[in-house]
Design a protein around this ligand. Structure first.
Ligand code: SF4
Length: 243
């Protein structure tokens, strides 16, 4: 059995700081990667349809565990008649549910859309606040949703980590981490501010269309020569990107 002295000694030890993962890419390599993405798509856009900040927030809430294409199909008619919190509340939860019933978790999402619209009306003059803590306090809004809205609606330099960013961060070791927050902070650390605004869209598009979950299409990849993933199957980027 441990004696009191050894227990005291153990308690007196200072808490260990969490060690940051070692950088696998130097600053120049990171810039080079994002230069390629920029060349491929100078003005990347999110693929969720919306007509204002409020409908962007609703669309992102609806997109949890659903595809952007599926959300766009459902919101096409919904946003025609409900593009403000007041109109959404007037429509009511049952009707919202009908519009979005093709999306996964639609019952809970309809409830959240109504509840968050009521909060916006009651506390924020029906506008979407440009504040992470407030956004995260709204029903159905997590850190990723808040980051997307802050970036797309308010131009903030946030990195929204979805399934694609989480996979790429770890697969190519650009921003390794065990949790989405670890990966977000790792991306924050390595991506220079002057390229942060578009960074998460470039990474989402790269993950969605090229560096796919099951089988990355390395032969079509514009960063094939720069990538340090053990999974890559090709070292040569397409013509036009070989520099
Ligand atoms: S080379 Fe392959 S693994 Fe590396 S980023 Fe490109 S698609 Fe992904």
């Amino acid at each position: 059995m441990k004696n009191a002295k050894s227990l005291l000694k153990k308690k007196a030890q200072p808490a260990r700081k969490k060690r940051l993962p070692r950088r696998v890419y130097n600053e120049q390599e990171v810039r080079h990667i994002f230069k390629r993405f920029e060349k491929q798509n100078p003005e990347p856009k999110g693929e969720l349809d919306h007509v204002n900040e409020y409908t962007l927030l609703v669309a992102v809430v609806l997109s949890a565990q659903a595809t952007d294409v599926g959300v766009n199909k459902a919101t096409k008619d919904l946003f025609k008649i409900a593009d403000t919190p007041e109109k959404m509340v007037a429509l009511g939860e049952d009707k919202v549910r009908e519009y979005i019933k093709t999306i996964g978790l639609y019952k809970a999402k309809a409830k959240n859309v109504i509840a968050l619209s009521e909060r916006l009306i009651a506390d924020y003059n029906s506008s979407v606040p440009a504040d992470r803590d407030i956004l995260e306090s709204l029903p159905g809004v997590g850190r990723k949703t808040a980051n997307v809205v802050l970036n797309m609606a308010f131009g903030q330099l946030t990195i929204a980590v979805d399934t694609h960013l989480f996979r790429i961060g770890n697969r190519i070791k650009l921003a390794p981490g065990k949790t989405p927050l670890d990966v977000e902070l790792a991306f924050e650390r390595i991506i220079p501010d002057d390229i942060k605004y578009h960074a998460h869209h470039w990474l989402i598009l790269h993950g969605r269309y090229i560096c796919k979950a099951r089988k990355p299409e390395c032969e079509r990849c514009v960063i094939a020569d720069l990538c340090k993933s053990k999974e890559k199957t090709n070292d040569t980027p397409p013509p036009g990107y070989q520099y």
